[in-house]
Design a binder for this molecule. Structure first.
Ligand code: CP
Length: 315
């Protein structure tokens, strides 16, 4: 595996899950593997989990991690080829990414979408410019359209909590309300990985919130949330803005916020969320603080997901 930017195959997905679980059992198993190596973690957007879990993962492999909050501490980057840089941008991505490529063995990048230019976002333009010009292996810390490290951690968590089930689990991705326009990356990637790993997936959201079909082909789309939740084993809650009416908020209907009442026909359902979550807007306290919640487990698994990915790239 050279880069880790998206779901590749069920076989690789399972290999990464197995390796992550081995690291969870013994986090220092491969302490010598990354010695003398460096990973650069470049953030163009805020982070808590991704930033810290990736640093811990690198440390667990004996590797040095250097974080650069490029949005605050770096030069303003020019992304466009042939630009006359006589406005706000100070350094071209070609130069910056080239330099970073010479400093590190792996480059990890977070670059959110604009949510204003659909074509640029769908083509992962900013993220792609780093990949194009750095010349070394790249790990996605969340791009405009995907968040694969989150999804790997989510699949590890689903596998851990599926053990006692004698049948294929029913997985539901439900939209939750929010007051801000939120990217599609977590929802896209969750669908891509859940379907790719062979699970049944139902996606429920208000009409108008259809995700890009590239990610949801093979899932059942159900606009009736109660119906979608019936018999669910895992319910993944996430807000996203409209994809078709790009970046717009079409609904803030609080009836979509998951409470115990919503799960009366899904008695054993476990509830997942990638965090950060806006409590009692996107997801209720009673769910987040109750026994169904897997959110802390998911966050913990972010370490081992990142460790498995870095380790596999190191070879
Ligand atoms: N889930 C997640 O990626 O969290 P952060 O944005 O805090 O990294």
């Amino acid at each position: 595996m050279k880069h880790f930017t998206q779901f590749e195959s069920k076989e690789l997905g399972q290999e990464l899950i197995d390796l992550a679980l081995a690291y969870k059992a013994n986090s220092r198993l491969d302490l010598a593997k990354g010695q003398g190596k460096r990973i650069g973690c470049i953030f163009l957007n805020p982070s808590l989990r991704t930033r810290v879990s990736t640093q811990i993962a690198a440390q667990n492999l004996g590797m040095e991690a250097i974080v650069l909050n490029m949005d605050k501490e770096g030069w303003a980057l020019e992304m466009n080829e042939g630009a006359v840089m006589n406005k706000g941008t100070v350094e071209h991505i070609k130069d910056a990414a080239g330099v970073l490529g010479s400093y590190f063995d792996i480059l990890a990048i977070r670059a959110f979408p604009s949510l204003t230019n659909r074509d640029e976002d769908v083509n992962d333009f900013v993220f792609g410019q780093f990949v194009k010009y750095c010349g070394i292996p790249v790990v996605s810390l969340e791009s405009a359209i995907r968040h694969p490290l989150q999804s790997l951690a989510d699949q590890i968590t689903i596998q851990e909590f599926s053990k006692e089930k004698k049948r294929k689990p029913k997985v539901v991705l439900t939209w939750g309300p929010h007051i801000k326009a939120i990217p599609h990356a977590v929802a896209n990637s969750f669908a891509e990985w859940t379907l790719g790993m062979g699970h049944d997936l139902t996606i429920t959201h208000p009409e108008g919130y259809e995700l890009d079909e590239v990610f949801t082909k093979g899932a059942t789309i159900e606009f009736n949330q109660s119906k979608a939740l019936e018999g669910a084993d895992f319910v993944y809650v996430k807000n996203w803005s409209s994809f078709n009416d790009y970046g717009k908020i079409l609904s803030t209907d609080s009836n979509w916020m998951l409470t115990e009442k919503h799960l009366k026909h899904a008695e054993n359902a476990k509830v997942m969320h990638c965090l950060p979550v806006r409590r009692n807007l996107e997801l209720s306290d009673e769910i987040l603080d109750g026994s169904r919640s897997l959110v802390q487990k998911q966050a913990e698994n972010r370490i081992y997901a990142a460790q498995a990915v870095i380790s596999t790239i190191l070879g």
